[in-house]
Design a protein around this ligand. Structure first.
Ligand code: RFL
Ligand code: PHB
Length: 394
């Protein structure tokens, strides 16, 4: 069975759902294909930090109301090292820009609801997705729908928004793409716990036992991470070990103490940097994690996905308005410029704050000097703040 749409979107993560939303507002039809169920995508725990630009896009396009009610605006972050805590004041250093702490799966819920309320389609539970004829003017997406029926979607353009393990990127012949990868020798152990917020703003902690991060989700639920071995299993981390490590790594001379609570979710997260160039092949455009991965230390992954589809939606809108294909032709270069700057920032945050296996006392001192420099030089603090709140979208 063949269906037709203007833009076929593979993947209902933040990239695919937001792209579909932006296109709909431009009067451009799309179909979103997703392998998982609605319940699964709405329950997947991931990012928590939204840049100012992401917040603005969600608000300006009518899907930000719940975020504004339930999210938390943070005007800075804390860097803790050598037992002392230093604040980076985003608002002051960037002329008023801030970040929003609001969980990614809540953004997903808001985007799914907006799309379904508007009567626009998302097909959940599809299988065997493959992309065909991408180098022609009539690309096709073949898949099995939720009932197992083979379908073909004919479209003008395909958007590969299916994450790092999706099928879109491998659909580009390997001789037509260049991939850049760095895998870090550590992971993050993430927990959710029932407790009131331990801090008013995120704490990024450097410690000789390894990195730790205190984030939040709601007045009752907190999100914490600690550096671990990437091969670790959650069974190796009973609650007592988690608390021991967190207390040690977050130790400070200011009398701040971490509030313990019931841990109800644990998981290990791998850390990698990855970019594919270009982000386009024929009529296929890659966006989000399908094209690039950053380690979570800079909180950039979701925000890069948003920036990609914002650029792509404008380019597609220009095409359908009869404005030519100039912006579509520039999509990859425009997106990659921001991607590489975020890669650089995320790599720097990761390298500065984590303990490496081959750390020497010399390396440890260099990290402390780097953190000292960032927290005592206004120029360096401003650079961190500008990157963290997000580069301007234009
Ligand atoms: P996603 O979210 O992976 O969505 C891809 C979707 O595609 C579906 N899919 C397919 N659908 C159809 N056909 C196929 N063949 C398919 N294969 C896969 C998948 O089921 C999925 O629903 O990619 P997207 O949209 O590009 O979004 C990227 C973000 O999810 C990611 O970058 C962030 O979560 C990264 N990240 C963070 N980013 C931030 O900006 N701020 C943060 O604070 C932050 N913290 C994090 C993070 C990622 C983390 N993990 C778990 C990797 C914290 C963590 C712990
Ligand atoms: C989160 O709250 O999940 C979070 C916050 C900051 C990061 C990464 C993740 O750098």
């Amino acid at each position: 069975m063949t269906n037709r749409t203007q833009v076929g979107i593979v993947g209902a993560g933040p990239a695919g759902l937001l792209l579909a939303h932006l296109l709909r507002l431009e009067g451009i039809e799309s179909l979103v294909l997703e392998t998982r169920t609605r319940e699964e995508i709405e329950a997947t725990l991931r990012a928590g930090v939204l840049e100012q630009g992401t917040v603005n896009i969600l608000n300006d396009t009518g899907v930000g109301a719940r975020m504004m009610r339930e999210g938390f605006v943070h005007e800075g972050v804390y860097l803790r090292f050598g037992g002392a805590t230093h604040r980076i004041d985003f608002k002051e250093l960037t002329g008023g820009r801030t970040i929003m702490v609001y969980a990614q799966h809540e953004v997903i819920k808001d985007l799914v609801k907006a799309r379904l309320d508007a009567g626009a389609p998302i097909e959940f539970g599809v299988r065997d997705v493959s992309l065909q004829d991408l180098e022609t003017a009539a690309p096709k997406i073949r898949y099995r729908d939720g009932a197992g029926t083979l379908r073909e979607l004919a479209c003008d353009y395909a958007a590969g928004c299916d994450g790092f393990h999706g099928v879109s990127r491998p659909s580009i012949p390997s001789r037509k793409r260049t991939e850049f990868t760095r895998v870090y020798p550590f992971g993050w152990f993430g927990i959710l716990l029932e407790a009131p917020p331990a801090t008013d703003e995120l704490i990024y902690a450097h410690h000789e036992r390894g990195f730790a991060l205190v984030s939040t989700r709601s007045p009752q639920i907190q999100r914490l991470y600690l550096q671990c071995d990437p091969e670790d299993d959650v069974k190796q981390w009973p609650d007592a070990r988690i608390w021991e490590e967190l207390h040690a790594r977050l130790a400070n001379r200011e009398g701040w103490k971490l509030t313990e609570g019931r841990i109800f979710q644990k998981g290990v997260i791998a850390m990698r940097s990855f970019v594919v160039e270009p982000m386009q092949y024929g009529r296929l455009f890659l966006a989000g994690d399908a094209a690039h991965i950053v380690p979570p230390t800079g909180a950039k992954g979701l925000n890069l996905a948003v920036a990609d589809v914002w650029v792509l939606a404008r380019a597609l809108a220009a095409h359908y308005r009869g404005g030519g294909d100039g912006l579509l032709g520039q999509y990859s270069a425009t997106a990659l410029r921001r991607v590489w700057r975020a890669e650089n920032f995320s790599w720097w945050m990761t390298s500065t704050l984590h303990r490496f296996h081959d750390d020497t006392p010399f390396h440890h001192r260099l990290q402390l000097a780097e953190l000292d420099s960032v927290t005592s030089s206004r120029a360096r603090a401003t650079a961190l703040a500008e990157n963290y709140v997000g580069l301007p979208l234009d």
